[in-house]
Design a protein around this ligand. Structure first.
Ligand code: MG
Length: 375
């Protein structure tokens, strides 16, 4: 068989779309959001096929990310990508790094779009290109927002009844005694078989974390990203009675490696846009499996494109290390519309989208064009 002409990126279209939070607000310890500004990229190839990717920062303070920043960073990198073969994901990744330092969350959208195109060209699902899976669905988990002890316990019990086998309770941003009381109430009301985490989203001090872990030492749970910096977590890791999961403080592959080697992280809440897309996330997955570290496969927020990308990657994580995939669908009033069925949980699990690539076909009629860069 002769060598065919390589596919080329001929145009990069950028769209924006607001995603409204159901119930008005999504709350964490030190931030809350009501509307999410989503950025979607369409990589158009010379063969007429398009690939899609998305990035949706969880407001401007959850991580060093914001929506206008994503669109500016994509505009900065896009000229360097025109003419490249989108099926060579590592080369596209390198071109992005040569065009702009950092801004992983913007690179993530472009990287995912390359994988979507790759799948469409090969006629395979993204999960199969990432190594394959023997699952039809992936388990999801649910984050219960901070509330009074009885209401938090009731919310947790309700989600457990719906089929979620892993629950995360949001804590922080209020007196520690209230967090301890709510956590004890949740633990008393759910099955011991249900995995429990408390996620302080950087809202606790080192002292808060140590005191919480002492007060709740008889409860089987893990603590997620309680403090602001990696160094704070390193300082307290051996003073805790619970496993420590790191999330927003692990900003790149180097820090993830350090957290493993230093023995600070016993697990990760891992996000697609934080590390820069499926290409680097594949490396994180393999690193965690090699070191016996469990991880979730999530993203900050997003519609069906983001959900599909995380579900495809989640499907490839081996059972003992797979902690679930969080998607924002249950928290959304509405996202953008797609021509394919929505990616959503049912009984605590999410079906893997069928169809080649991500298996999600957005309905572009409903999107706001923000930018177009072409040859
Ligand atoms: Mg988290």
């Amino acid at each position: 068989m002769g060598q065919s002409t390589p596919m080329k990126i001929t145009e990069i279209r950028v769209y924006s779309h607001d995603i409204k939070v159901a119930g008005g607000r999504y709350e964490m310890a030190i931030s809350a959001v009501a509307t999410l500004d989503s950025t979607v990229v369409e990589l158009v190839s010379d063969e007429g096929l398009s690939g899609f990717g998305e990035t949706t920062p969880l407001g401007p303070t959850y991580q060093p990310q914001h929506a206008l920043g994503a669109r500016a960073a994509i505009a900065e990198m896009a000229p360097a990508l025109i003419g490249l073969n989108p099926l060579r994901t590592e080369l596209v990744r390198r071109a992005m790094d040569n065009a702009l330092t950092g801004h992983n969350y913007a690179k993530s959208a472009l990287d995912v779009a390359c994988w979507d195109l790759l799948g469409k060209v090969r006629g395979e699902r993204v999960c199969d290109l990432l190594g394959g899976t023997d699952r039809d669905t992936v388990s999801s988990y649910y984050g219960v927002m901070p509330d009074t002890a009885p209401r938090t316990a009731e919310a947790a019990r309700q989600r457990e009844t719906e089929g979620y086998l892993r629950l995360q309770v949001k804590v922080g941003g209020r007196p520690l005694a209230e967090d301890i009381e709510a956590t004890q109430a949740v633990a008393d009301s759910i099955s011991p078989a249900t995995k429990l985490l408390v996620d302080a989203n950087r809202g606790w001090t080192m002292r808060d974390t140590i005191e919480f872990s002492l007060a709740c030492r008889d409860i089987r749970l893990s603590i997620e990203n309680p403090c602001r910096t990696y160094d704070e977590h390193r300082a307290i890791a051996d003073k805790l009675n619970h496993p420590l999961f790191l999330d927003e403080c692990t900003t790149d592959l180097n820090l993830i490696t350090r957290a493993i080697i230093d023995g600070v992280a016993q697990g990760f809440g891992m996000k697609l846009s934080r590390v820069g897309g499926l290409t680097p996330l594949r490396t994180v997955r393999d690193l965690c499996v090699a070191h016996g570290i469990p991880l979730t496969i999530d993203d900050t927020w997003g519609g069906d494109i983001t959900a599909a990308a995380t579900v495809h990657m989640g499907a490839t994580v081996p059972d003992p290390f797979y902690e679930g995939t969080w998607i924002s669908y249950p928290y959304q009033e509405q996202a953008y519309s797609c021509l394919t069925p929505p990616v959503q949980p049912s009984n605590g699990t999410i079906p893997i989208p069928s169809g080649s690539g991500l298996g999600v076909e957005p309905d572009l009629a409903n999107w706001d064009p923000a930018l177009s860069i072409y040859d």
